[in-house]
Design a protein around this ligand. Structure first.
Ligand SMILES: [Zn+2]
Length: 283
């Protein structure tokens, strides 16, 4: 993917779906030079329902991108235009993050409700146990259930975040819950923030680098999701790997030790699902 005229363009040259939101600051005051990426969850039933809401004048809200659970990306606002996603907010001594950030909404139900026969969304839709992350929010409170972010959605978001980070030389990735902690809980504890930070601001070092998987990760025959998964896929969380080369967001790696009795495995993993060994970046 790449960026042209502040629009996201696919590798085949076509722009991603664009549905213009009227909820933007118009004129010169609405022109921005993004420095941060702000991540959100929609707390909605589907990407489409959130796109409808964020392009409806009544919501007085918008974001630059909405990413569906299957990874489909829709752009609502050009990246050099002020969208209304952050509200009153503060980070690193700056306030009003809408003026200096790109906002991405991930389709996700947010906090869940535990009922007698299993988990549901806040509006009563059933959620399978394997799609629930039980954790306390970093901002406080007790352990609760949160809807997990599926791998296709995270892979798509990481690709987009890496492209945005490079193009606009973004300095950091923050959650809405970081910049407005008294009001907001999104993207919440199910979101792998460390992986996003390394995808956006991490730079490949010289020489071999030891990394570990932060979640279950597919290892593939080549650098891209079009390459076949190797038989040991998915590698379990905390699998140690040695980086032998880097291509975009992909890392060519040697397996250290064994997985399923297999040793001497070499392949490619997405850089968004790994972190330096000992960084405590487990998501
Ligand atoms: Zn938000």
């Amino acid at each position: 993917m790449k960026i042209r005229n502040h629009r996201l363009i696919r590798d085949d040259g076509a722009a991603v779906a664009f549905v213009a939101s009227p909820n933007v600051t118009k004129g010169n005051r609405g022109r921005i030079q993004p420095e941060y990426l702000v991540m959100h969850y929609t707390a909605g039933a589907s990407a489409q329902s959130s796109i409808n809401w964020l392009t409806n004048r009544e919501s007085e809200a918008s974001a630059h991108l909405v990413i569906a659970r299957d990874g489909a990306v829709t752009q609502l606002v050009p990246f050099n235009r002020k969208a209304w996603h952050a509200g009153p907010s503060r980070w690193a001594g700056r306030s009003g993050l809408n003026s200096i950030s790109i906002g991405i909404e991930l389709a996700n139900a947010g906090p869940l409700v535990r009922r007698a026969n299993g988990w549901t969304t806040g509006w009563g839709a059933a959620v399978a146990d394997e799609d629930v992350v039980e954790a306390a929010h970093d901002n406080g409170g007790s352990v609760r259930g949160w809807q997990a972010y599926p791998t296709p959605q995270l892979e798509s978001a990481l690709d987009v975040a890496a492209v945005l980070g490079r193009h606009y030389r973004l300095s950091d990735v923050v959650g809405h819950d970081d910049i407005a902690p008294a009001r907001k809980e999104d993207p919440g504890p199910a979101f792998p923030k460390a992986s996003f930070r390394s995808a956006v601001i991490g730079r490949a070092e010289d020489g071999p680098e030891l990394i570990e998987t932060t979640t279950a990760v597919n290892i593939r025959a080549g650098p891209g999701t079009g390459h076949e998964k190797l038989p040991v896929s998915p590698l379990p969380p905390a699998t140690r790997l040695e980086v032998v080369s880097v291509q975009g967001v992909w890392r060519e790696v040697n397996l250290i030790g064994a997985v399923d009795g297999e040793t001497n495995v070499q392949g490619w993993v997405h850089g968004g699902f790994v972190a330096p060994v000992g960084s405590g970046a487990r998501s």
